[in-house]
Ligand binder design. Structure first.
Ligand code: URA
Length: 249
Protein backbone atom coordinates (compact mmCIF):
# COMPACT_ATOMS: atom_id res chain seq x y z
CA UNK A 1 0.00 0.00 0.00
CA UNK A 2 1.48 3.41 -0.90
CA UNK A 3 1.85 5.84 1.98
CA UNK A 4 -0.13 9.09 1.75
CA UNK A 5 2.30 12.03 1.88
CA UNK A 6 1.77 14.60 4.61
CA UNK A 7 2.88 18.23 4.70
CA UNK A 8 2.64 21.00 7.25
CA UNK A 9 -0.34 23.15 6.40
CA UNK A 10 1.73 26.35 6.05
CA UNK A 11 4.20 24.58 3.71
CA UNK A 12 1.39 23.02 1.66
CA UNK A 13 -0.47 26.29 1.12
CA UNK A 14 2.71 28.32 0.53
CA UNK A 15 3.81 25.78 -2.12
CA UNK A 16 0.40 26.07 -3.71
CA UNK A 17 0.84 29.82 -4.16
CA UNK A 18 -1.43 31.07 -1.36
CA UNK A 19 1.35 33.31 -0.02
CA UNK A 20 4.55 33.14 1.98
CA UNK A 21 4.57 30.83 4.98
CA UNK A 22 4.07 33.86 7.19
CA UNK A 23 1.07 35.01 5.14
CA UNK A 24 -0.39 31.51 5.32
CA UNK A 25 0.10 31.47 9.10
CA UNK A 26 -1.85 34.74 9.25
CA UNK A 27 -4.63 33.20 7.16
CA UNK A 28 -4.82 30.25 9.54
CA UNK A 29 -4.81 32.47 12.63
CA UNK A 30 -7.62 34.53 11.09
CA UNK A 31 -9.70 31.32 10.93
CA UNK A 32 -9.79 31.33 7.14
CA UNK A 33 -8.70 27.71 6.62
CA UNK A 34 -11.35 25.07 7.25
CA UNK A 35 -10.92 21.28 7.05
CA UNK A 36 -13.90 18.91 7.20
CA UNK A 37 -16.11 21.69 8.51
CA UNK A 38 -13.78 22.75 11.37
CA UNK A 39 -11.49 25.78 11.50
CA UNK A 40 -7.79 24.86 11.66
CA UNK A 41 -6.02 26.81 14.37
CA UNK A 42 -2.50 25.47 14.01
CA UNK A 43 -0.49 26.19 10.84
CA UNK A 44 1.97 23.44 11.86
CA UNK A 45 -0.71 20.76 11.55
CA UNK A 46 0.35 17.97 9.22
CA UNK A 47 -2.13 17.43 6.44
CA UNK A 48 -2.48 14.20 4.46
CA UNK A 49 -2.21 15.37 0.85
CA UNK A 50 -5.04 13.43 -0.76
CA UNK A 51 -6.79 14.12 -4.05
CA UNK A 52 -10.08 14.83 -2.32
CA UNK A 53 -8.67 17.75 -0.27
CA UNK A 54 -10.42 20.37 -2.46
CA UNK A 55 -13.75 18.82 -1.42
CA UNK A 56 -12.74 18.95 2.24
CA UNK A 57 -10.69 22.11 2.66
CA UNK A 58 -11.80 25.72 2.24
CA UNK A 59 -9.42 28.66 2.10
CA UNK A 60 -11.12 32.03 2.48
CA UNK A 61 -14.41 30.18 1.94
CA UNK A 62 -13.32 28.68 -1.40
CA UNK A 63 -12.37 25.08 -2.20
CA UNK A 64 -8.64 24.43 -2.09
CA UNK A 65 -6.85 24.40 -5.46
CA UNK A 66 -5.73 20.98 -6.75
CA UNK A 67 -3.09 19.57 -4.41
CA UNK A 68 0.35 18.69 -5.82
CA UNK A 69 0.55 15.79 -8.27
CA UNK A 70 -2.14 16.57 -10.83
CA UNK A 71 -2.51 16.58 -14.60
CA UNK A 72 -4.59 19.06 -16.57
CA UNK A 73 -6.00 18.64 -20.02
CA UNK A 74 -6.06 21.96 -21.78
CA UNK A 75 -7.76 22.84 -25.04
CA UNK A 76 -4.97 24.99 -26.39
CA UNK A 77 -6.37 27.81 -28.52
CA UNK A 78 -4.64 29.03 -31.68
CA UNK A 79 -2.16 31.82 -30.96
CA UNK A 80 -1.17 30.72 -27.44
CA UNK A 81 2.44 29.68 -27.03
CA UNK A 82 3.98 26.92 -24.89
CA UNK A 83 7.41 28.55 -24.81
CA UNK A 84 8.66 31.58 -22.89
CA UNK A 85 11.04 32.16 -25.82
CA UNK A 86 8.22 32.82 -28.29
CA UNK A 87 6.27 36.06 -28.54
CA UNK A 88 2.58 35.98 -27.70
CA UNK A 89 0.34 34.96 -24.84
CA UNK A 90 1.54 31.90 -22.92
CA UNK A 91 -0.67 28.88 -22.26
CA UNK A 92 0.13 29.41 -18.56
CA UNK A 93 -2.01 32.55 -18.78
CA UNK A 94 -5.05 30.28 -19.25
CA UNK A 95 -4.64 29.10 -15.64
CA UNK A 96 -5.56 30.98 -12.46
CA UNK A 97 -2.93 33.53 -11.47
CA UNK A 98 -2.16 31.78 -8.15
CA UNK A 99 -1.25 28.54 -9.97
CA UNK A 100 1.70 30.32 -11.54
CA UNK A 101 3.30 30.69 -8.11
CA UNK A 102 3.24 26.98 -7.30
CA UNK A 103 6.26 24.93 -6.31
CA UNK A 104 6.72 22.48 -7.98
CA UNK A 105 5.76 24.57 -10.98
CA UNK A 106 3.26 23.48 -13.60
CA UNK A 107 4.80 22.67 -17.02
CA UNK A 108 3.42 21.60 -20.34
CA UNK A 109 3.90 17.91 -21.20
CA UNK A 110 5.54 18.41 -24.58
CA UNK A 111 4.58 21.35 -26.74
CA UNK A 112 2.26 22.44 -29.48
CA UNK A 113 3.19 25.17 -31.95
CA UNK A 114 1.65 28.58 -31.52
CA UNK A 115 -0.53 27.94 -34.59
CA UNK A 116 -1.61 24.45 -33.50
CA UNK A 117 -4.76 23.97 -31.43
CA UNK A 118 -6.03 21.06 -29.38
CA UNK A 119 -5.15 18.68 -26.60
CA UNK A 120 -2.27 19.81 -24.42
CA UNK A 121 -1.41 18.24 -21.07
CA UNK A 122 0.11 20.13 -18.15
CA UNK A 123 1.38 18.85 -14.83
CA UNK A 124 3.42 19.63 -11.72
CA UNK A 125 4.54 15.98 -11.53
CA UNK A 126 8.02 15.73 -13.05
CA UNK A 127 8.14 11.93 -12.98
CA UNK A 128 4.88 11.62 -14.86
CA UNK A 129 5.95 14.30 -17.33
CA UNK A 130 9.05 12.29 -18.23
CA UNK A 131 7.08 9.05 -18.47
CA UNK A 132 4.86 10.66 -21.10
CA UNK A 133 7.45 12.56 -23.14
CA UNK A 134 10.18 9.93 -23.02
CA UNK A 135 11.06 8.92 -26.60
CA UNK A 136 10.89 5.31 -25.38
CA UNK A 137 7.27 5.67 -24.29
CA UNK A 138 5.96 5.69 -27.90
CA UNK A 139 2.66 7.22 -26.89
CA UNK A 140 0.63 7.86 -30.05
CA UNK A 141 -0.55 11.42 -30.65
CA UNK A 142 -3.17 12.06 -33.29
CA UNK A 143 -3.38 15.25 -35.35
CA UNK A 144 -6.12 16.47 -37.64
CA UNK A 145 -4.33 18.04 -40.56
CA UNK A 146 -5.75 20.43 -43.16
CA UNK A 147 -3.71 20.86 -46.32
CA UNK A 148 -3.22 23.48 -48.99
CA UNK A 149 -3.10 20.96 -51.86
CA UNK A 150 -4.86 17.65 -52.48
CA UNK A 151 -3.20 14.51 -51.12
CA UNK A 152 -1.36 12.58 -53.84
CA UNK A 153 -2.25 9.16 -52.41
CA UNK A 154 1.40 8.25 -51.73
CA UNK A 155 1.71 9.88 -48.33
CA UNK A 156 0.33 7.07 -46.13
CA UNK A 157 2.81 4.49 -47.48
CA UNK A 158 5.77 6.89 -47.28
CA UNK A 159 4.92 7.87 -43.69
CA UNK A 160 4.35 4.23 -42.69
CA UNK A 161 7.69 3.05 -44.10
CA UNK A 162 9.83 4.50 -41.32
CA UNK A 163 12.42 5.72 -43.81
CA UNK A 164 11.45 9.38 -44.31
CA UNK A 165 14.33 11.69 -43.47
CA UNK A 166 13.49 15.28 -42.62
CA UNK A 167 15.73 18.09 -43.78
CA UNK A 168 18.62 18.74 -41.41
CA UNK A 169 18.19 15.43 -39.52
CA UNK A 170 20.31 12.30 -39.52
CA UNK A 171 17.78 9.73 -38.31
CA UNK A 172 14.69 8.66 -40.26
CA UNK A 173 11.29 9.21 -38.72
CA UNK A 174 9.56 6.33 -36.98
CA UNK A 175 6.64 4.86 -38.94
CA UNK A 176 3.55 7.07 -38.69
CA UNK A 177 -0.05 6.25 -39.51
CA UNK A 178 -2.01 8.46 -41.87
CA UNK A 179 -5.70 8.18 -42.64
CA UNK A 180 -7.04 10.39 -45.42
CA UNK A 181 -10.34 12.04 -44.53
CA UNK A 182 -10.90 14.06 -47.70
CA UNK A 183 -8.86 15.46 -50.57
CA UNK A 184 -7.22 18.01 -48.30
CA UNK A 185 -7.50 16.60 -44.80
CA UNK A 186 -6.17 13.64 -42.85
CA UNK A 187 -5.48 12.21 -39.43
CA UNK A 188 -1.79 11.68 -38.78
CA UNK A 189 -0.70 9.66 -35.74
CA UNK A 190 2.88 9.99 -34.50
CA UNK A 191 4.72 8.18 -31.73
CA UNK A 192 7.52 10.73 -31.49
CA UNK A 193 7.61 14.50 -31.33
CA UNK A 194 10.25 16.19 -33.41
CA UNK A 195 10.30 19.92 -33.96
CA UNK A 196 7.35 20.98 -36.19
CA UNK A 197 7.12 17.34 -37.20
CA UNK A 198 3.71 17.25 -38.87
CA UNK A 199 4.31 20.44 -40.83
CA UNK A 200 7.74 19.23 -41.95
CA UNK A 201 6.43 15.80 -42.98
CA UNK A 202 3.88 17.34 -45.32
CA UNK A 203 6.42 19.91 -46.53
CA UNK A 204 8.60 16.91 -47.51
CA UNK A 205 5.63 15.72 -49.61
CA UNK A 206 5.49 19.11 -51.37
CA UNK A 207 2.37 20.12 -49.48
CA UNK A 208 1.63 22.76 -46.86
CA UNK A 209 -0.31 22.40 -43.61
CA UNK A 210 -2.89 25.18 -43.29
CA UNK A 211 -4.44 24.03 -40.00
CA UNK A 212 -3.29 21.61 -37.32
CA UNK A 213 -5.24 20.31 -34.35
CA UNK A 214 -4.28 17.54 -31.91
CA UNK A 215 -7.28 15.56 -30.76
CA UNK A 216 -5.83 12.49 -29.00
CA UNK A 217 -2.91 11.47 -26.80
CA UNK A 218 -2.89 7.70 -26.37
CA UNK A 219 -6.56 6.79 -26.00
CA UNK A 220 -7.36 10.09 -24.30
CA UNK A 221 -9.50 12.25 -26.60
CA UNK A 222 -10.07 15.97 -26.29
CA UNK A 223 -13.68 16.15 -25.07
CA UNK A 224 -16.09 17.90 -27.45
CA UNK A 225 -17.41 20.04 -24.59
CA UNK A 226 -13.98 21.40 -23.58
CA UNK A 227 -13.90 24.78 -25.32
CA UNK A 228 -10.66 26.38 -26.61
CA UNK A 229 -8.87 28.09 -23.74
CA UNK A 230 -10.54 25.87 -21.13
CA UNK A 231 -8.98 23.13 -19.02
CA UNK A 232 -9.86 20.49 -16.45
CA UNK A 233 -8.13 18.07 -14.12
CA UNK A 234 -7.73 14.49 -15.37
CA UNK A 235 -9.18 11.65 -13.34
CA UNK A 236 -7.07 8.54 -12.66
CA UNK A 237 -9.07 6.66 -15.30
CA UNK A 238 -8.38 9.35 -17.93
CA UNK A 239 -4.70 9.34 -17.04
CA UNK A 240 -4.57 5.57 -17.60
CA UNK A 241 -6.00 6.11 -21.12
CA UNK A 242 -2.82 7.98 -22.09
CA UNK A 243 -0.72 4.86 -21.63
CA UNK A 244 -3.26 2.30 -22.79
CA UNK A 245 -2.26 2.02 -26.45
CA UNK A 246 1.46 2.81 -26.05
CA UNK A 247 3.77 0.08 -27.28
CA UNK A 248 6.45 0.92 -24.72
CA UNK A 249 10.20 0.57 -25.18
N1 URA B 1 3.76 18.88 -35.34
C1 URA B 1 3.81 20.18 -35.71
O1 URA B 1 4.24 20.50 -36.80
N2 URA B 1 3.34 21.09 -34.85
C2 URA B 1 2.80 20.77 -33.64
O2 URA B 1 2.37 21.67 -32.91
C3 URA B 1 2.78 19.43 -33.29
C4 URA B 1 3.26 18.49 -34.15
Amino acid sequence: MSKIPTLRLDRLLANMGYGSRREVQQLVHAGLVVLDGGTISDADERIAVTRDLPERMLVRGRPLDPPPGFVLMVHKPLGATCSHKEAGPLVYGLLPERWRRRDPAISTIGRLDKETSGLLLMTDDGTLLHRIISPRAHIPKRYHVTLDRPLTGDEAAIFAAGTLMLEGEDKPLLPAHMEALSERSAYLTLTEGRYHQVRRMFAAMGNHVTALHRDRIGDLALPADLEPGHYRILSEAELALIFQSAKGP
